[in-house]
Design a protein around this ligand. Structure first.
Ligand code: SF4
Length: 452
């Protein structure tokens, strides 16, 4: 009998990847994904702990699910509720205390034990929030569904950096790198299933240090991310590689050389800096300076002159002065970003910065964020405008909003839409960029023989 599974995923690409693996894990147990909680036999919330009030949002969501569950049980039927991901990891016991109608609570490192947890949940609520990252990947079924021309592949988990504003080391655990042989095998299967672009995922992906494959057997040598990228680039039909999220301190020579030598590695890098002030970077425990960040960007641009950069910024970190903020604006002007994400500092329970003195008043944070975003938007507009009149290779991976329109990504991760039949989805096609819109480009497909 088919059982209906509804998964709601919050947060980062790693949660998206985990939700896809959870669905694959439950398929042999008869679970098939459905698009809504109503009527589902198992509702699973895969949560994120990054944003403010993340946990409170989950409790209000659970309130609605409680009513659905009660209605099903009133009809003599059963609906299981599961909470997974980083809120489950951080607040597992509290979730079961505040929401005793929840059947399963488990962290990002234990979902490979779901079949057993489901069996145990038949008689009592289950809580499983251990940190055995390594075990998870060894027990997941071989991945089969590429489903789209682009795919995500987790290569590293956890983080040892302990930035003072971040919960990830507490919710995802210590850094763990998957053996290269397992990653290459998974990527090969994805390419055979139709993936033409793979994004390698990790909370600190460029801290990757996995065991090297040799004649198919790991011999204990260690590979860095640059080595892994070179090996993945040899997989037939895998035309594009990307990776996210990186730390400036882990941009080593193997990675810079990969950007120089590996054409499949796309010239776009998300490299969070958070602040341009050395005083604030030190307070954040980022353990690098603004000068180090500028020098790292210069090494990357020297290796791949057309590389485009994206970054993350936090304004209003405790103690941030006007001078500190101006240092951030100076760094943004000096580097120039094609895209960026910027946030007001918000205290995360359990992180050192949450109890730091000199919390910045909300109006000051708001004013600084507005000025920073104005500068970042101007840079993104200028970057997109400079693409007009160029022919860019675009990997189309989904239908557009309008009939006869398809959407894809340029090498610089710009969203590009063009008029074409859906049959072109999955192809990398030369596109003449005709217009730049705030967050995307418009273009016309160019016959290959006319492409530059
Ligand atoms: S490096 Fe990233 S994931 Fe790790 S603690 Fe810092 S912000 Fe969080």
């Amino acid at each position: 009998m088919i059982k209906r599974l509804f998964i709601k995923t919050y947060g980062c690409q790693m949660n998206v990847y985990d939700s896809a693996r959870i669905a694959e894990l439950l398929a042999p147990l008869g679970y098939a994904e459905t698009g809504q909680a109503e009527g589902a036999d198992l509702v699973l919330l895969n949560t994120c702990h990054i944003r403010e009030k993340a946990a409170e949002k989950i409790y209000s969501e659970l309130g609605a699910l409680r009513r659905l569950k009660a209605a099903r049980e009133h009809r003599g039927d059963r609906m299981l509720i599961a909470v997974a991901g980083c809120v489950a990891q951080a607040e597992g016991e509290e979730i079961l205390a505040r929401a005793p109608f929840v059947d399963l609570v488990f962290g990002p490192q234990t979902y490979h034990r779901l079949p057993d947890m489901l069996a145990r949940a038949a008689t009592r609520p289950v809580l499983d929030v251990e940190f055995p990252a390594a075990a998870k990947f060894d027990h997941l079924p071989a991945r089969r569904s590429a489903a789209r021309a682009t795919a995500f592949l987790t290569v590293q988990e956890g983080c040892d950096k302990f930035c003072t504003f971040c919960v990830v080391p507490y919710t995802r655990g210590a850094e763990y790198s998957r053996p290269a042989a397992a990653i290459i095998a998974e990527a090969r299967r994805l390419a055979e299933e139709g993936a033409r672009e793979i994004t390698l995922l990790g909370q600190n992906v460029n801290a990757y240090h996995g065991t090297a494959p040799l004649n198919g057997a790991d011999d204990g040598d260690e590979w860095r991310l640059g080595d892994l990228i070179r090996a993945l680039a040899k997989i037939p039909d895998l035309h594009r590689l990307r990776y996210t999220t990186s730390h400036p301190r882990d941009v080593d020579e193997t990675l810079v050389a990969a950007h120089r030598d590996v054409p499949q590695l796309m010239p776009f890098l998300h490299l969070p800096v958070q602040s341009g002030s050395d005083r604030i970077l030190a307070a954040m425990n980022r353990r690098h300076t603004a000068a180090h960040y500028r020098a790292t960007v210069a090494r990357l641009r020297n290796a791949r002159p057309d590389i485009a950069l994206s970054s993350d910024f936090i304004v209003g970190y405790p103690g941030e002065s006007d001078d500190d903020f101006n240092a951030t604006l100076d760094l943004v002007r000096d580097v120039g970003f094609a895209q960026a994400f910027s946030f007001k500092y918000s205290p995360r329970p359990g992180t050192p910065a949450a109890t730091a003195p000199e919390q910045v008043p909300e109006p000051v944070k708001a004013e600084r964020l507005a000025r920073l975003q104005e500068l970042l938007r101007a840079q993104q507009r200028a970057f997109n405008a400079a693409s007009v009149g160029r022919v860019l290779p675009v990997l189309f991976d989904k239908p557009g909003r309008h009939r006869g329109q398809i959407v894809g990504r340029s090498p610089y991760l710009q969203s590009v839409h063009a008029a074409a039949e859906a049959a072109r989805i999955g192809d990398i096609v030369p596109v003449m960029i005709t217009a730049a819109e705030p967050n995307s480009l418009a273009g016309a497909i160019v016959a290959r023989d006319r492409a530059a």
